[in-house]
Design a protein around this ligand. Structure first.
Ligand code: MF3
Ligand code: CO
Ligand code: CO
Length: 255
């Protein structure tokens, strides 16, 4: 697989896919309450994407994934499968949405807390969000992917947390996971040089404890080996002439 540069028309299609992805996350926020099941969140998002947006939930049947969204609670790092499990006060949940509109993908995830999180919970949510934005700040023509990874790793480890290595951001477009791989650690000045028209995700997974993860027997759910809390935020971005455009900004991130 190779890296694709999006034409102006393709960039517009990516903007629309990104806008719809963010709208799903804006919509689902108020439903995240004690007693709701992750299956119910999945169903609400699925119906909204299909019926309201007339778009496609990309995870459904992707490499055999059985649901339309990913829901990763507490020590689940990513790719949690929605189930009959109910959310309880104090839980942290990542909701990861990927929609396909007119053949193009938008991919974004956010953290939500059910009621008030613990102090550690609040910290890991904040540090992972800041890490994403420090990565985004490095995304401009002439910089390299290693600049993004390095900025994220430096900050997260400086806060005493760890960065998951086994999963990374990715190019995105007509294909869900395209080249390049976007690592959330690395050395400045190394890796692919960024250029206008590239679209990719940045999606750091940050653990309170050690960085190591384990895959559950369901073949999808990734958990921290030490059962420590984990948090993740994801945006899809477009490299522009002099910087980048975040394609999946939420209603409260627009200025
Ligand atoms: N949305 C995830 C990502 O950010 C991928 C989920 S794959 C799935 O790349 F099959 F679990 F949906
Ligand atoms: Co992604
Ligand atoms: Co995602």
């Amino acid at each position: 697989m190779s890296i694709t540069i999006k034409s102006p028309a393709e960039q517009d299609a990516m903007r629309e896919a990104g806008r719809l992805t963010a709208a799903v996350l804006d919509m689902i926020g108020p439903f995240i309450q004690p007693g709701v099941t992750t299956d119910e969140l999945n169903q609400i998002c699925h119906d909204y994407i299909v019926d309201v947006q007339q778009a496609i939930p990309a995870p459904l049947n992707y490499r055999g994934f059985p649901k339309s969204i990913c829901t990763s609670v507490n020590h689940v790092v990513c790719h949690g499968i929605p189930s009959a499990k109910t959310l309880r006060l104090g839980d942290l949940i990542n909701v990861d949405i990927t929609v396909i509109k007119d053949g193009f993908h938008g991919d974004s995830s956010r953290m939500f807390s059910v009621g008030k999180a613990t102090i550690q919970g609040e910290r890991v949510v904040r540090v992972s969000r800041e890490a994403l934005w420090l990565g985004i700040a490095q995304a401009r023509p002439g910089n390299r992917l290693g600049d993004i990874g390095h900025a994220i790793q430096q900050y997260v480890e400086g806060q005493g947390f760890s960065v998951v290595r086994e999963y990374c951001g990715h190019g995105i477009g007509r294909i869900f996971h395209e080249d390049p791989q976007v690592l959330h650690y690395g050395e400045p000045g190394t890796g692919l040089e960024l250029r206008e028209g590239l679209t990719f995700t940045i999606e750091p997974m940050v653990n309170v404890g050690k960085r190591h993860v384990r895959l559950l027997p369901d073949g999808w759910t990734v958990v921290t080996r030490d059962h420590s809390l984990s948090a993740q935020w994801e945006h899809t971005i477009l490299i522009t002439r002099d910087g980048c455009e975040v394609l999946t900004l939420g209603a409260d991130e627009r200025t």
